[in-house]
Design a binder for this molecule. Structure first.
Ligand code: AMP
Ligand code: GLY
Length: 427
């Protein structure tokens, strides 16, 4: 079968790697793609992904049997609805179901209605009542933009002044909405479930590192590195998350008439009172996909097809339980602020030379046989190992082979898991 993958980030390079490996995959196209996805199939930068009629025509022309949507924006724009209506199998939620990611307020209201554990909250679209509410709650407190903000619309404010400044900035945009919520304390984990509208199966855990600098300092980013599995998510915790968060969400979405199909990615805070939902995403994580895909022991394609067809009964997506993966994101200097593009990156082939290291490309551009930086997050340097500590050592050894003076990375990806392994609690 021919497959079309939508997107151009490190996640899509990792998905392209997993999809192309499938014996069911005849040709893989990625639109727009990047130099990394081009290693596994054909890039189609000429296909305007926002033009759903053009995507549909492409699928009909190329006999596409499955469309896999990587990022959130095309989901929220209704690409899956339009393709499904045209009889083309597309993996991912409909526009209405992608509200779980597209609107934080929508998700908070669903949580309230179905008793899903999450931070206490209130929604506002005007400044004065929002400021009054803040004065009642005090700090620390969290202020969030309602809509999509690439992981950057959140302020965890230690003081009321910070919270007020965030509120004023967000609500100065016409039509803006904000969510103000209780600051949860605990360790975070990313939890992935594959859903067919009715059923869900857990498909792995990871831990992201959102802050830009070592020691979780500096502003939030799209994610500076990750590892999988998140050993802090024990089998008991996994059951609790499936029962108290994933299952009621699927029930709620079905009851609203907007069943959820696709990857439901729960960003969790593991608090003393149990796992609580920080946010949902409706797709694989980036950089979490870069650690899940290399650990995948089963074929991704039949599982995605079964989810599209509403029939996950009997399907399992197996991850090698004895192998950990760790990825280090190399970003361009200045990220998450303004970055300079066009600096040359050398050493990618050397860094990815062994079977258990991978350099997934994100913001890169090929110019002749030179590879240039062309974005904020540029590479996700990934390694498999027998433990997170082992994967960490291999990933940083691969990072050392990359010759890119204009880039930087965190030096402490995986530190929590490594500390747990040293204490004898590893995989
Ligand atoms: P989000 O975009 O909602 O995932 O938020 C980005 C990051 O902000 C999360 O990964 C957390 O580190 C932090 N965060 C969001 N909501 C809360 C909360 N209620 N309490 C504490 N930290 C939060
Ligand atoms: N790693 C965070 C995200 O994909 O949203």
């Amino acid at each position: 079968m021919n497959i079309l993958l939508i997107g151009s980030g490190g996640r899509e390079h990792a998905l392209a790697y997993a999809l192309a490996k499938s014996p069911l995959c005849t040709r893989l196209f990625t639109a727009p793609g990047n130099p990394g996805t081009a290693q596994h199939g054909e890039n189609r930068p000429d296909l305007p992904v926002a033009d759903h009629a053009a995507v549909r025509a492409f699928c009909e022309r190329e006999g596409i049997g499955l469309v896999v949507v990587g990022p959130e924006a095309p989901l929220v724009a209704g690409l899956v609805d339009d393709l499904t209506e045209a009889g083309i199998r597309a993996f991912g939620p409909t526009r209405a179901a992608a509200q779980l990611e597209g609107s934080k307020g929508f998700t908070k209201d669903l949580c309230a209605r179905y008793g899903i554990p999450t931070a206490a909250y209130a929604r506002f679209s005007a400044l004065d009542p929002a400021l009054a509410y803040l004065r009642g709650t005090g700090a620390p407190i969290v202020v969030k933009a309602d809509g999509l903000a690439a992981g950057k619309g959140v302020t965890v404010a230690d003081t009321l002044e910070q919270a007020e400044a965030a509120l004023r900035a967000l609500l100065s945009e016409p039509g803006a909405e904000v969510v103000i919520e209780e600051c949860l304390v605990g360790e975070e984990a990313s939890f992935f479930a594959l859903c067919d509208g009715t059923r869900a199966i857990p498909v792995g855990t990871a831990q992201d590192h959102k802050r830009v600098f070592d020691g979780d300092r500096g502003p939030n980013t799209g994610g500076m590195g990750a590892y999988s599995p998140a050993s802090i998510v024990t089998p008991e915790l996994e059951r609790a998350v499936m029962e108290t968060i994933i299952a009621p969400t699927l029930r709620g979405m079905r009851e609203r008439g907007t069943p959820f199909t696709g990857i439901l990615y729960a960003g969790l805070m593991l608090t003393e009172a149990g796992p609580k939902l920080i946010e949902f995403n409706t797709r694989f994580g980036d950089p979490e996909a870069q650690v899940l895909m290399p650990r995948l022991a089963s074929d991704l394609v039949p599982a995605l097809l079964s989810a599209c067809d509403g029939d996950l009964a009997g399907v399992a997506l197996e991850f090698d339980p004895h192998r950990a993966a760790l990825t280090v994101v190399m970003a361009a200097a200045g990220y998450p602020g303004t970055v300079l593009r066009g600096s040359e990156i050398r050493g990618v082939a050397e860094a990815a030379a062994s079977d258990d290291t991978f350099v997934f490309q994100a913001g890169t551009r090929a110019e002749g046989d030179r590879l240039l930086a062309d974005g904020g997050r540029v590479l996700a340097v990934t390694a498999l190992g027998d433990s997170v500590m082992d994967a960490q050592a291999r990933a940083y050894a691969a990072v050392a082979r990359i010759d890119w003076p204009e880039g930087f990375c965190r030096r402490d990806i995986g530190r929590r898991a490594v500390a747990r392994e040293v204490a004898g609690e590893g995989i």
